[in-house]
Design a protein around this ligand. Structure first.
Ligand code: ADP
Length: 405
């Protein structure tokens, strides 16, 4: 069975075509700068001999529809393609950011589902409209394939009221569904399952804190396999310090900025999402750059690193308290998987909580799930590479099989 996973953004489409018999992507790529003159499609494909081929096509891609047509042409291409006919694709799995309160698990897309995703646009105005575009154009191209939506919010639907309600007038929740939802659900769920396989223990017997550190960043407290709290809120802005997002701030700062810097609501929104976080503090949102500068004694880079890692340490304490007992901490995402320095700083001095890192294991590079805590650490500390696309493909396969297709 072949499943195409699509992540449609405002000006980009990321895709991976999975062969589910081997649980592996056989082609992948990204289409960038849709609508601009310098559009680019970068496509990778595995040949039958296992060698990876790459092709880059530059030039204006007018809209998402034309972009997806180009992707399909490459999937079918004699040299760079991996399928002979479009009908080989059984299903298309779409990453949809916001499922709101009603869409709590992956679903086959029909008109009702589309209407609910549309209804959730006010909760995710930057994402859901583009996800809908992807659904619409994929439906027009892959006319015989099942279309499945997999939601970033779904894994967190088990979070209890006491953790998801904001202490605001209750009408705000009742009328507008203003509450915490959480995101990165496919990643938190994927690494928690991989951890249970690695430890050979049932997921429902494990308490974990998962720490996803990519450009966006979030943590989840997972009790007996279910999410009970997470750092992102109604939107992905809340919680940890991120590449360009502030994470937690005093909400009054927005009012102060409006009063004292004459900033509009849109300008404030833009600053909090696009020029805060690591970038706001030291001018760079790339952790590799921040680390290099910090280690060359750049003061602002050091401050940015300290604020970034301290926030995560603080949430470990909070989630340990929420969970009551903790079996493992999992690092994932570009930073979590690759920076031993970030992991070391976060876990430093947590021995009293039973968290102790082994320096050598932490410094050893690797692409597989691995343990980095000392032999007798009460809490196992793990690095587990995430694979959100594979998880979306697996969920898509499960949904269509459960429906008897
Ligand atoms: P996205 O959230 O867009 O999927 P990634 O998960 O790829 O992003 O994470 C991107 C972040 O990972 C960037 O801040 C980048 O600097 C960081 N990163 C990648 N490799 C390393 C590394 N070797 N050391 C430190 N940070 C890294």
């Amino acid at each position: 069975m072949k499943i195409l996973v699509i992540n449609t953004g405002s000006s980009s489409i990321k895709y991976q075509l999975f062969d589910m018999n081997i649980n592996k992507a056989i082609a992948s790529g990204i289409l960038e700068k849709i609508g601009e003159t310098d559009g680019r499609l970068t496509h990778f494909a595995d040949s039958k001999t296992g060698e990876r081929k790459k092709v880059v096509k530059d030039g204006k891609i007018e809209d998402h529809q034309k972009g997806l047509n180009q992707i399909v042409a490459l999937l079918l291409d004699r040299e760079f393609g991996v399928i002979r006919d479009i009908s080989e694709i059984t299903a298309v799995g779409h990453r949809v950011v916001h499922g709101g309160e009603n869409l709590r698990s992956p679903v086959i897309i029909n008109n009702d589902v589309i209407n609910v995703i549309k209804k959730n646009i006010p909760l995710a105005p930057l994402h859901n409209p583009h996800n809908l575009t992807g659904i619409e154009i994929a439906g027009s191209i892959f006319t015989n394939a099942h279309q499945v939506a997999v939601f970033d919010t779904a894994f967190h639907h088990t979070i209890p009221e006491k953790a998801y309600l904001y202490a605001l007038p209750i009408e705000f929740y009742k009328e507008h569904k203003i509450r915490r939802y959480g995101f990165h659900g496919t990643s938190h769920s994927y690494v928690s399952e991989e951890c249970s396989k690695y430890l050979k223990k049932n997921l429902c017997e494990l308490n974990m804190i998962t720490i996803h550190l990519g450009n966006g960043a979030s943590m989840a407290a997972i009790k007996n396999g279910q999410s009970i709290d997470t750092t992102m809120g109604m939107t992905p802005l809340e919680g940890l310090v991120m590449g360009t997002r502030s994470g937690d701030i005093d909400p009054s700062i927005a009012i102060f900025l409006a009063d004292n810097r004459n900033m509009s609501i849109r300008e404030i929104d833009n600053v909090l999402n696009k020029s805060s976080g690591l970038k706001g503090l030291c001018g760079s949102n790339d952790m590799r750059d921040v680390l290099q500068r910090k280690n060359a004694d750049d003061y602002l880079a050091k401050i940015a690193f300290d604020v970034y890692t301290y926030r995560i340490k603080k949430y470990i304490g909070a989630y340990f308290a929420s969970l009551g007992s903790l079996d493992c901490i999992i690092f994932t995402g570009g930073i979590g998987e690759n920076s031993s320095e970030v992991r070391q700083t976060i876990c430093h001095n947590l021995e009293n909580l039973g968290i102790e890192i082994d320096q050598d294991k932490n410094n050893a590079a690797g692409n597989e799930a691995r343990e980095i805590s000392v032999f007798n650490s009460k809490v196992k500390v793990m690095v587990i590479p995430t694979n959100e696309e594979l998880k979306i493909a697996q969920e898509t396969k499960n949904v269509i099989e459960n429906q008897g297709f």
